[in-house]
Design a protein around this ligand. Structure first.
Ligand SMILES: [Zn+2]
Length: 499
């Protein structure tokens, strides 16, 4: 059994959950569900990032203490993930004690290693990014490229992490771990950042109140990276429960393309300094844009995923997010795209196949599902569909994985249309076709369950199979011939009514 520890980014609580957050969380959820089917020992972490100047300012504007403020927002994330059927094993909040203890431990180890030193920092700073920028990183007029607003000039005494010392060690590590960053072109981007030269970065602020004090100098509060990134290890017990930490680390991170530098350059260097193994892998997603722009409060294009779920169902929304955009590229969310995907893949393909099969079995087989034939023409198609699906999940390409799974649905619909069992008299010929279609549906239910867990379970039950589809294990469950026959097949209501 393999161990598979996956994290999403933790989401900053100045915004309520939106489509961009839902995107990475659903990708992560589908991945861990796939790994559970493989029999891996899975731990899936998400959470909220709750410290920093912005939180302090938002809380003040709302007339609340920072703690009151974050206590109101963090549960919105937990609730959204519950609504979206996210199967996270843990939810970390960076204001939790286990996190504070672990951050202090990590800082102290890097300090003791001599990699954190006091220095003066002067520079142009974007308050929204909480990051200093050089002139060539800014748009004309000293505008932050992400926030399109002017940066401010800051000068302060900070502790710095000596990232510049880690260039060769990072390059060596990535050379020894090819493919650690997926997709490959994002990995090349990270290597390019490292080769381009590394600047030391600031790890503390004295101007900031809302954060974790440095253990050796409490005037300073840990600045965003040592606080936020550390959640990936503090949640699994770093600094508080060493046995659990040893069980799960190193893990894998699912991140967005805008945080490659922090996750693929800063973070492994911080871990190396502290004597901890770097993460074993990264999957880097693009942005899910709305109208060609990144979703943000300032651009006013925020889409609330829960509104979409009310309309199209949890599985309809999950499927769209997973199937529409090749992972790693930017996607553009459109309402028409959502409805189009739903109708073509879910209503017309999966939903229609189930309805047809149940109807014909009801009319021609007395409602009892026949067994498949071992030499069905669909058997080879199912085997290919499984291999391609498995490879694509392994490559963190959910859209390709689902297309491969759906190829079996399309082939089964075509098989029915060729044989037209609804026109034939009941008998062995009809039974053979329907047994094969039921077997294809059984395999599809297993393979589609990471994306559409509720629908997959519904298919499973309606074709008479007992228990939970999520208890199936691959690759055995994808082998042709698993549908036993003799089971009651129920038509039920339309699984995906056309929109
Ligand atoms: Zn900015």
């Amino acid at each position: 059994m393999s161990r598979y520890y996956l994290t999403t980014p933790i989401y900053y609580v100045t915004a309520k959950p939106h489509l961009g957050h839902a995107y990475s969380t659903i990708i992560g959820d589908a991945l861990v569900r796939w790994h559970r089917l493989l029999g891996d020992d899975v731990h899936f972490l998400t959470g909220t990032d709750e410290h920093g100047q912005k939180v302090h300012d938002y809380a003040e504007a709302a007339g609340k203490s920072p703690q009151e403020f974050v206590d109101e927002i963090a549960p919105l994330y937990a609730q959204a993930w519950e609504r979206l059927n996210i199967s996270n094993d843990d939810f970390i909040r960076t204001t939790e004690q286990r996190h504070k203890v672990g951050v202090a431990e990590l800082l102290q180890r890097c300090y003791d290693a001599g990699d954190i030193e006091l220095d003066v920092y002067k520079g142009k700073y974007c308050v929204a990014c909480e990051e200093y920028y050089t002139d060539d990183e800014l748009d004309p007029g000293d505008l932050c490229r992400i926030h399109k607003r002017p940066v401010e000039y800051y000068e302060e005494e900070n502790y710095f992490f000596r990232l510049s010392r880690f260039q060769q060690r990072l390059l060596d590590w990535y050379a020894a771990h090819p493919g650690a960053i997926k997709p490959e072109f994002r990995g090349n981007e990270a290597i390019g950042l490292i080769k381009g030269g590394l600047r030391d970065f600031s790890v503390s602020r004295t101007s900031l109140q809302w954060g974790i004090p440095l253990p050796w100098d409490a005037k300073h509060v840990a600045y965003v990276w040592f606080d936020a990134l550390a959640n990936y290890i503090t949640a699994i017990g770093y600094g508080s429960d060493d046995a659990t930490f040893q069980t799960w680390w190193p893990g894998r991170h699912l991140i967005g393309k805008d945080i490659i530098r922090h996750h693929c350059v800063y973070w492994p260097a911080m871990l190396m300094s502290a004597g901890i193994e770097p993460p074993e892998g990264y999957a880097v997603g693009g942005w899910l844009l709305v109208g060609g722009e990144k979703m943000s409060k300032t651009s006013g294009n925020v889409v609330n995923p829960l509104d979409l779920v009310d309309e199209i169902g949890v599985d309809g929304f999950r499927y769209y997010v997973l199937a529409e955009t090749p992972y790693g590229q930017d996607g553009d969310f459109t309402y028409e795209g959502l409805i189009g995907r739903y109708n073509s893949d879910l209503a017309n393909n999966l939903g229609n196949l189930l309805a047809r099969v149940a109807t014909v079995v009801g009319k021609k087989c007395d409602g009892v599902g026949p067994a498949p034939s071992p030499d069905s023409p669909l058997a080879a198609i199912a085997a290919t569909a499984y291999d391609t699906t498995a490879q694509a999940w392994d490559d963190v390409q959910p859209s390709r994985a689902l297309d491969a799974t759906w190829s079996l649905i399309r082939a089964t619909n075509a098989h029915l249309e060729t044989n037209e069992p609804w026109k034939a008299e009941p008998g062995p010929a009809v039974d053979a076709v329907m047994g094969d279609a039921l077997e294809a549906l059984r395999i599809v239910a297993v393979l589609a369950s990471p994306a559409v867990p509720d629908a997959a379970q519904a298919v499973w039950e309606r074709i008479g199979l007992p228990g939970l589809v999520t208890d199936q294990r691959l690759p055995q469950a994808a082998a042709w011939g698993g549908y036993p026959g003799g089971l009651p097949v129920v038509k039920g209501e339309s699984l995906f009514p056309r929109r």
